[in-house]
Design a protein around this ligand. Sequence first.
Ligand SMILES: NC(=O)c1ccc[n+]([C@@H]2O[C@H](COP(=O)([O-])OP(=O)(O)OC[C@H]3O[C@@H](n4cnc5c(N)ncnc54)[C@H](OP(=O)(O)O)[C@@H]3O)[C@@H](O)[C@H]2O)c1
Length: 261
Amino acid sequence: MIPVLPRVVVVTGASGAIGAALAYTYAKPGMCLALQGRDKGRLEATASRCRAQGADVFVCEMDLREARAVREWLEAFDTAHPVDLLIADAGVANVLEDLNQWETPAAIDEVISTNLLGTINTVMPLAERMRVRGAGHVAIVSSLAAFRGMAISPAYCASKSALHAWGQSIRPLLGATGISLTMIYPGFVKSSMSDAFPASTPFLIEASQAAMHIRRGLDAKKATVIFPAILWLGIKLLNALPDPWADSVMAFLNLSPKGRS
Ligand SMILES: NC(=O)c1ccc[n+]([C@@H]2O[C@H](COP(=O)([O-])OP(=O)(O)OC[C@H]3O[C@@H](n4cnc5c(N)ncnc54)[C@H](OP(=O)(O)O)[C@@H]3O)[C@@H](O)[C@H]2O)c1
């Protein structure tokens, strides 16, 4: 069966690597894109390329932690251009360099409020509209970090794990009104986020490759998109071990902060 492709797409985090790469896969004549980010220069760069590829593009510089502003923006956009697909991609990470460090309350707050609440702030207004229309597609970018806590980024892993649980929870609620949900769990992808990761990044791929994986899954309306398969398999094996053993494997693979100096 030929998939019915979306015409109006919202991408958050479009000023970042994965969000921009995803926007490029949709940008062509006849498409209407709403692109969100905070950095004006990088957001405009994404928008310019999408316009050059023939899409109608609307940009919004916004902090997704501002729930009311996010709702006002999305409701206004959806009224003018009923949204077929929302890709909630924006996110932030906090990492520890070594075992002497400890996450600050401010860093934890930023990560949880952006990755969990910022995503919920984005999904809720459009999901409410889509439920009334009885159609639509929501995609949420979590991470493979949802499935294995890492000492290098406790709040990040917790935020992505919470998103995983939230997505699982709302899937039947969305499905009951004809809305698809795709949960996305990337491994390491080249971006400013992975560049700042102070440990090994096994099976790192380019953002354009990640976007291709995601796009294929979205076109097929898959419930789950997880990549790369080898890292996902590794995490499943790791989780079958007793935790102290799994911690040792993580340290051996240089996926932990450096030891106490
Ligand atoms: N890169 C990886 O290895 C990897 C792996 C698994 C999952 N992911 C997930 O993939 C998504 C995209 O990450 P990326 O690798 O493309 O990183 P990135 O290049 O750093 O992009 C992150 C995007 O999120 C936006 N953002 C961050 N905080 C925000 C806030 N409070 N309000 C609004 N926008 C905010 C950024 O906007 P500005 O830059 O304009 O501030 C940027 O557009 C994230 O959810 C990340 O957790 C990434």
